[in-house]
Every structure is written in C-alpha cells, then in structure tokens.
Ligand binder design. Sequence first.
Ligand SMILES: NC(=O)c1ccc[n+]([C@@H]2O[C@H](COP(=O)([O-])OP(=O)(O)OC[C@H]3O[C@@H](n4cnc5c(N)ncnc54)[C@H](O)[C@@H]3O)[C@@H](O)[C@H]2O)c1
Length: 258
Amino acid sequence: MKNNRTYKKIAIITGAAGGIGSAIADKLIEDVDILILMDINRDKLSQLMKKLNSSAATQIIGTLCDISDSKSVNKELEKIVSEIGLPNILINNAGIGGPFHRLDEVSDEEWYQIINTNLKGVFNLSRYLLPHMKQQGYGRVINIASVQGYLGAALSSTYVASKHGVIGYTRAIAAEWGAYGITCNAVCPGYVDTIMGIQEEAISGHKQSVISKTPLARLAQPSEIGSLVKRLIHDELFFINGSVITIDGGLTCHVGIT
Ligand SMILES: NC(=O)c1ccc[n+]([C@@H]2O[C@H](COP(=O)([O-])OP(=O)(O)OC[C@H]3O[C@@H](n4cnc5c(N)ncnc54)[C@H](O)[C@@H]3O)[C@@H](O)[C@H]2O)c1
C-alpha cells in the first residue's frame, strides 16, 4: 500500500473522460490505490482506460454512469462498494455548459439538464458516499465549480446558477461532515483549454477576448487543474476545508478597465 498507509485510497472522478477529468486522473494515478473513472460517454471512457492502463500500477476501473440519475448512481456505487471497497476520495468534476442563451430563451428541458448534471450530480454522489467516508473517519471531496460559481456571466445564467449551487454544497458539506474527518473544497477554474472551455472554432473570438483579459495571457491547461486537485487531497493539507480556490491566471482579480 502506498506510503505505508493502513487503509486504501479509493478515488472516484466523475466526468473522468473529459478534458479536466482525464487530467485529474493522470495526476491522481500516482497517489491512490484504486482509481474509479466515471463518465456517461462510453467511447471516451474506453479511450482513457486504454491510455491510463498502459502505464499504471494503480488499479483502474471504468464505470459508465449518468450522474444526474440518482438510481443509476446508487446502483453503480453499490456495486463499487460491494465489489471493490469504500471510496474515500470523490472528485465531482462532471459538468456541462449548455448553449449560450439569454435567460428568457432557456427551455425547461435545458434548465433541468444543466442543473441535474452540474448540481444534482454533486448531490447524488455525495449523498451516497459521505456516510461511507464517515465510516472510515476519512474523506476528501473536491467539487470542480468555476469562477462562474461566484461571479455572473451573460448568456450562461443556468450554468452560473448551478455552479453557485456547487459552491453552496461545498461549504455545507464542509460544515456538516468535517467532524468525521471529511473535508470538502471547491476548485474554480477560469477558462481551460478543453472542448467545454473555449477552444472550439465557432467561438474563437471569445477565446481571444478571455486571453486578452487574463493577466497571464493564456488559458489554463487541464493538467494545472489536475495538479491543484492532487495537492488539495494530500493529507498535509487536511486543514483546508470549505475553501473556494480560484485558478484563473488572474482573470477575476481586476475590474478590467486598464
Ligand atoms: N473548461 C473550462 O473552461 C471550465 C472552466 C470552469 C469550470 N469547468 C468545469 O470543469 C468540469 C469539467 O469540464 P471539462 O472542460 O473537462 O468538460 P468536458 O466536456 O471536456 O468533460 C466533461 C465530461 O463530463 C462527462 N459528463 C457530462 N455529463 C455527464 C453525466 N450526466 N454523467 C457523467 N458524466 C457526464 C462528459 O462525457 C465529459 O467526459 C465541469 O464541471 C466544468 O463546468 C470547466
């Protein structure tokens, strides 16, 4: 067992096959005993499994699951708990942006899809796993929120609302479960070079605009988010609980006038 620990570190990453999720998987693989990669996209998940399996000593398990559906989440997690062990690290990363719509253009369907994935997904995984972490007296939860979890943005109101909710859950979980050795923190990226970020051709003007407003004059690389998550779950940083940590190259630190 790694670092002479007496218990196994079993981590679950949701949305593991995406840009940031796979970068987090790349970083955590060195530190955990079992890595469970959860995603809704079969093809992307199997590609990631092949890539990670070729080099890893850590046991890697892929699980197809729609995190917005509590029945599927409960069923998959029940299987994991009975066949693999008790997860004690949860990275709530899966999320969707949805189309750029003004609030009055948002349909009920679109609203539920974004809220159910970004916010209910965090609830579904946390509700099942927190009691199991309590049983171990140890747990780490990292929620991948966004700078839009504490700032507004035009044409993304549902996403903004969902990520504000994710930060709310972060603080509430930290307050409610800290006494059991469980910490919960939020990581808030600015713009990251992923498909969901702004690397798509169609909005490349947006990308240049973000870069020009960022003091470090670039987007984040997914690996930088992975590195932050890796450090945050380290035992030496146990006292960080309920924190909301921005990683945005300075984008949100100024009002942008000069
Ligand atoms: N990319 C950015 O600029 C940026 C900025 C701030 C925050 N974030 C947040 O980071 C997280 C990851 O974003 P990304 O850029 O890697 O996006 P991505 O689109 O590359 O990856 C998201 C992954 O989540 C999976 N997924 C979507 N819905 C799911 C569901 N219902 N159940 C299970 N899996 C599901 C997708 O299949 C995909 O693999 C998201 O929560 C996002 O809101 C991203």
